[in-house]
Design a protein around this ligand. Structure first.
Ligand code: FE2
Length: 293
């Protein structure tokens, strides 16, 4: 029925690294940033440890190009509420037992429940003192994942609306979401389906082509989503791995890229300042309508 082949030849995709010496240099290299962002959905700028002020300036310049909410004309309140601290190493009381090959944060794609979800992340790794090769962030392009399915399966996925529950800032579900959405810039179809085991209830087929799903259709979607998870976990040929260095500024399309975080570090060794981007005009409405709209 399906034609997916999971490859694991250990050869990963190479993540674009743009060398920079300063914020001015980073801004001068925006055409390369845009090119890598559009083609791959993820890239890193390396070589200058940018201050928060510089990170904001860089993001505003990129936001002007993409018409994000975080642009030169953004009010201070937008700037303040878009900045957050991350890195998964902030708990001094936690035992960090996972190794480099074990997941600290499971595969997920961001904010599937929002009608206007986060579009991009600009992550500045201000502290990275973990062992070399620890704390990798892995990325897989959802446009590419969708393209791995047969034409028949792609059509099935594109007609599927799933129901699921997950704790979210403005509710916990049930959410009704299309399995396939269109990328806001390229218009290309991609999978937007939750894979995180932290969900209260994992996505199940709710309606197919507008009609209540049959048992057979539900089982078929389960199988296709299991393949999605297998590809995320096993298919190295579609994977990017970010091997962090302190000062790395990572730019990622969070509408498009599935991602996960690996272990091997301990408390305080991995800290980043993130800027979360949303559309220029957005609200916090969620996909709670059973029609998936
Ligand atoms: Fe995430």
């Amino acid at each position: 029925m399906t034609t997916i082949t999971v490859k694991s030849n250990n050869v990963e995709k190479s993540l674009t690294v743009i060398e920079i010496t300063s914020i001015e240099d980073a801004i001068s290299k925006l055409p390369s940033v845009v090119s890598a962002f559009n083609s791959d959905g993820v890239l890193v700028l390396r070589g200058a440890e940018l201050s928060l002020e510089d990170q904001i300036l860089f993001t505003q310049n990129l936001g002007d190009i993409y018409s994000w909410n975080f642009a030169s004309d953004a009010p201070q309140s937008t700037i303040d509420t878009s900045i957050y601290q991350g890195g998964h190493s902030d708990n001094p009381d936690k035992e960090y037992t996972q190794t480099n090959d074990e997941y600290v944060l499971d595969w997920h794609i961001e904010q599937v429940y929002y009608v206007h979800p986060i579009l991009a992340g600009i992550w500045n790794m201000t502290t990275f003192t973990g062992p070399n090769g620890s704390g990798d962030t892995r990325f897989v392009d959802s446009i590419e994942l969708y393209g791995l399915y047969s034409e028949n399966d792609r059509e099935f996925l594109a007609n599927s609306i799933v129901v699921w529950d997950k704790p979210a800032p403005h509710g916990k579900g049930p959410f009704y979401t299309k399995v396939v959405d269109a990328h806001p810039v390229s218009g290309l179809p991609l999978l937007r389906v939750e894979t995180d085991q932290g969900s209260y209830a994992m996505p199940k087929l709710h309606t197919y082509a507008g009609a209540p799903a049959t048992e057979e259709q539900i089982a078929r979607l389960d199988e296709l989503l299991a393949m999605l998870k297998d590809n995320l976990n096993e298919n190295t040929s579609i994977r990017y791995s970010q091997h962090w260095q302190q000062g790395d500024l990572l730019v990622v399309d969070l509408f498009r890229m599935y991602h996960a975080v690996m272990g091997g570090f301990s408390a305080g060794q991995r800290k980043f300042t993130g800027i979360g981007i949303r559309p220029k005009v957005y609200d916090n409405s969620m996909y709670t309508n059973p029609g998936g709209e």
